[in-house]
Design a binder for this molecule. Structure first.
Ligand SMILES: *Cc1c(COP(=O)(O)O)cnc(C)c1O
Length: 397
């Protein structure tokens, strides 16, 4: 008899986004004339850069004739893209990354989830709380023990080092959901911990392109010793609007030679590469034109972030994030009533009074209770209208 992986039964039902959808739908049904604005979406809204579109058209045409047709590509990715990655994202920043250390993928969700294949299920995993759910669910599926390190206003949303021994640490900076960053000094403490404890850091740099301030690390490899203890994930989803196109990459350094060969083996067995068209699209992000165009879209979202941050601050909220990340994380009024979530009660008020949808912080972990997330990925006009509506009802929130 085929038996199932019972670890899947331990997964918490992903009630966050389904509860949001249910509440929004019920409200819409009861109030069909109301226009709802969503500031909770984690997806981008602006179109792809023209340089990317052009590169994709060209790649499609190449596939249409026998002489330039391509079938299966190299599992690790085409050299043209791996070279562009190593040069632009690392070597130009003074980080020595060789193309052998670059693994092109179809997005960071796949690799942050799949990387567990090469680690024993006995490893103890450390996650921040709140957290991007993929790290938690993929390790629950594998049956690993997880310990949580809470992030809150008191520690400036940078988790404290674990008190008990851990083997695998997931860090995501700039952070989703809190929009906060880690400094080089703070990150160095994690690298030193990992080196001293023979732990591995899985560093999710999906929002690296949103960093505006100097002195915030774009890559964990800016920290001395990190190549001996860290694997890093990148994605073009938020960098260049590739949420639908699908492309990203993972760095497994030579210094982690065993892990690198296991990952290569895992990929050549279970993954047949990202399409040629997507990889040409990604390469175009690194062209002069591509860089300018992508930057312009990021500035567009960051202007939304600035408007949101300043508006919420002017209304008296404690506001975090939004400076080097497209997420705003606010502290919401506390509801003293037992069993009532402050995060969800703010959600309800925002929906019914302003017809605006955001994401309750508690949906990302217990430490997110009392907080609320807005994303800057919406259209400017929606963002402005939503803020005006919220301001108009601020005394009732
Ligand atoms: C959006 C996001 C990603 C990117 O996922 P893709 O699969 O590349 O679209 C990775 N990590 C975090 C934390 C994210 O929010």
């Amino acid at each position: 008899m085929a038996t199932i992986n019972e670890n899947f039964l331990k997964l918490e039902s992903s009630y966050l986004f389904s509860t949001i959808a249910k509440k929004v739908n019920a409200y819409k049904e009861a109030n069909p004339d109301k226009k709802i604005i969503r500031l909770g979406i984690g997806d981008v809204t602006q179109p792809l850069a023209p340089a990317v579109i052009e590169a994709m058209h060209k790649a499609v045409d190449e596939l249409s004739t026998e002489s330039t047709f391509r079938g299966y590509g190299p599992e690790q990715g085409y050299d043209f893209l791996r070279k562009a990655i190593a040069e632009n994202d690392f070597i130009k920043r003074g980080i020595n990354i060789n193309i052998d250390e670059v693994f092109v993928n179809d997005g960071a969700k796949s690799d942050t989830g799949n990387i567990g294949d090469i680690f024993s299920t006995d490893n103890i995993v450390c996650l921040t709380d709140p957290v991007y759910p993929v790290y938690m669910d993929s390790n629950t599926m594998a049956g690993r023990k997880i310990i949580y390190s809470p992030c809150n206003a008191e520690n400036n949303f940078v988790a404290a080092l674990p008190k008990e021994h851990v083997d695998i640490i997931y860090l995501c900076y700039p952070n989703n959901p809190t929009g906060t960053v880690i400094t080089r000094d703070q990150l160095k403490k994690w690298v030193d911990y990992a080196l001293a404890n023979q732990a591995i850091i899985l560093y999710d740099a999906a929002y690296e392109a949103y960093i505006q301030e100097e002195n915030i690390p774009h890559s964990i490899y800016e920290i001395e010793g990190a190549k001996k203890c860290a694997i890093e994930f990148h994605s073009y989803s938020k960098t260049a609007g590739f949420t639908g196109v699908r492309c990203g990459y993972t760095i497994v350094p030579k210094e982690l030679d065993t892990l690198r060969s296991l990952w290569l083996r895992r990929q050549t067995t279970k993954f047949n590469g990202t399409s040629y068209i997507q990889q040409r699209a990604a390469e175009a992000i690194y062209s002069e034109e591509g860089k300018k165009q992508v930057k312009k879209t990021i500035q567009y979202y960051m202007e939304n972030a600035r408007l949101m941050r300043e508006t919420f601050a002017s209304m008296g909220f404690d506001v975090y994030g939004g400076v080097n990340a497209p997420y705003i994380w606010i502290k919401v009024p506390e509801v003293a009533q037992e069993g009532v979530s402050s995060s969800w009660s703010f959600f309800d008020k925002l929906l019914t009074l302003a017809n605006v949808v955001g994401t309750p912080g508690v949906g990302f972990g217990a430490a997110g209770e009392g907080y609320f997330r807005f994303t800057a990925f919406g259209k400017r006009e929606d963002c402005i209208e939503a803020l005006e509506r919220i301001k108009a009802v601020k005394d009732l929130l």
